[in-house]
Design a protein around this ligand. Structure first.
Ligand code: GLN
Length: 500
């Protein structure tokens, strides 16, 4: 079996039937990482020793006749802004370079309890602020389809690790698109769940009213599997959804006959590239062919959502990041005589330029004289966006649009102009403002072989409709089966085969 084609739903039964040992699986993934990650740079920290130890323990338990847990032996990568007990968690910031949490995020605890094995921590834009992983204070990650290009961001390391076969599944975080946009740039499935469905406890906060954690996987079935493993009420998250949840793998029926699918016309504006538009149009034809009824809808508030997002997210970031003062944990500057200077210097030296830009912007929009003009106005846009979504979901089961206006761009192409970079989130931010779920799935490739993503959105807590539409589309297409030719990046064998 080729490692980089492995899906969790294929691997787990093989482990259960003892056709492959957990140690073999983990060793193969680690071999792959050592063969190719110097080119891709998906990981900030690889927890190789601990992962192998856990693998051996799992094999011993299985040999002793203990039943396999639901995710027994599944190698998972975790974005490095999600806390892992005893494993360095940096948020790709100098500030947290040496920070080791003493507790697990709820999502990590749930994955571990179900038998998953944490392979390592993946790269991101510092504190998840960015769309290309170039804002990481550590190093940029490359796109496995073309090393000259970015993998998207901010969960670029997680997306790259999955498509490159350096993990079977990964977790990412999404405040304005950071799961869906890199999923689209790397040709994988990335789901931002409804706000409150997955606990944020242990996620290093960026903009708390829009922060989400979600799965990044090779196909929709794995996405449903991981979502089921991490979702559900958590008393440690004040916004946690207390309702009963379905078994998400049970809604994977490839039948969308009669489903009403809306296309917001604001998603097809002049910023959309020709190749992405063509792929999206073909995707609409496919949905119709499968029996969905595609209708055009209009959501006038959407054109203001990007501006509102950057005001609200920067405001919340400026307040969230106030905790980094050099006193309690993280980086502390030396050479100052008093505590005020120490704090100012620590922040000056510890944060990178994009993070500082957001803090300055956030503090500005929250200042007394600007509050209503910017922050208040952005909150009003947010209610309009929420209302527009509520209204279209009265007539549509789900909405579709492109995930990002372009395919993955070249490294360095947008780093000089923050506004250009921000525009790459134009289609992903509305669901964060409204708290509704959105998933990106592969829907095509451009003429240079770069993946294109289709975004599907549904009513809050209706992940079932979203997964059903995503599954039906995926099963009727072949895009999710294509793989980048990683082997060309390395002279050694890239750990492409596993002996099963
Ligand atoms: N690119 C967006 C930003 O920089 C979204 C980031 C995210 O979702 N974490 O804010």
């Amino acid at each position: 079996m080729r490692l980089n084609e492995l899906k969790a739903h294929e691997l787990l039964p093989m482990i259960r039937r003892k056709e492959v040992s957990v140690e073999e699986v983990v060793a193969a993934i680690l071999h792959r990482i050592s063969a190719i990650d110097s080119k891709i740079r998906a990981y900030i920290t690889v927890a190789g020793e601990e992962a192998l130890k856990k693998a051996k323990e799992a094999d011993a338990r299985l040999a002793g006749g203990e039943p396999a847990r639901p995710l027994e032996g599944l190698p998972v990568a975790i974005k490095d802004n999600i806390c892992t007990q005893g494993l360095r968690t940096t948020a790709a910031s100098r500030f947290l370079e040496g920070f080791t949490p003493f507790y697990d995020a709820t999502v990590v605890e749930r994955l571990k309890d179900k038998g998953a094995i944490i392979i390592g921590k993946t790269n991101l834009d510092e504190f998840a602020m960015g769309s290309s992983t170039e804002n990481s204070a550590m190093f940029p990650t490359r796109n496995p389809w073309d090393l000259k290009r970015v993998p998207g961001g901010s969960s670029g390391g997680s997306a790259a690790s999955v498509i490159a076969g350096e993990a079977v599944c990964a977790l990412g975080s999404d405040t304005g698109g950071s799961i869906r946009q890199p999923a689209s740039f790397c040709g994988i499935v990335g789901l931002k769940p409804s706000y409150g469905l997955v606990s944020r406890y242990g996620l290093i906060g960026y903009a708390s009213s829009m922060d989400h954690i979600g799965p990044m996987t090779r196909d929709v079935r794995d996405c449903a599997l991981i979502l089921g493993a991490i979702a559900g009420y958590d008393s440690k998250d004040s916004q946690s959804y207390p309702g009963e949840l379905p078994d998400y793998t049970e809604c994977l029926v490839p039948d969308i006959k009669g489903m009403k699918v809306g296309v917001p016309k604001e998603y097809l504006d002049e910023g959309l590239s020709g190749t992405v538009r063509d792929a999206f149009m073909k995707a609409l034809d496919k949905l119709e062919e499968l029996g969905a009824k595609v209708v055009e809808v209009s959501m006038p508030s959407l054109k203001h959502s990007l501006a509102a997002y950057y005001v609200i997210s920067s405001a919340e970031a400026s307040s969230n990041l106030a905790r980094f003062d050099g006193v309690r944990y993280g980086y502390r500057a030396t050479g100052s005589d008093d505590s005020m200077t120490m704090m100012a210097m620590s922040r000056g030296e510890g944060f990178g330029p994009e993070v500082k830009r957001r803090i300055v912007l956030g503090t500005y929009v929250l200042s007394a004289e600007n509050y209503d003009k910017y922050f208040g106005e952005a909150l009003r846009v947010r209610s309009l966006v929420t209302r527009d979504f509520r209204e279209v979901f009265e007539v549509c089961d789900c909405l579709v649009g492109p995930t990002s206006p372009t395919v993955a761009f070249e490294a360095g192409e947008k780093t000089r102009d923050p506004l250009e970079m921000y525009l790459s989130d134009v289609y992903t931010v509305p669901p964060n403002l409204a708290g509704i779920p959105g998933v990106s799935i592969p829907c095509g490739f451009d003429e240079e072989g770069m993946p294109i993503g289709l975004q599907i959105m549904a009513r809050q807590y209706n992940e079932e409709a979203l997964l059903r539409a995503a599954y039906a589309f995926e099963q009727a297409t072949e895009f999710h089966k294509r793989n980048p030719e990683i082997e060309k990046y390395t002279k050694e064998p890239a750990g492409g085969e596993m002996s099963v």
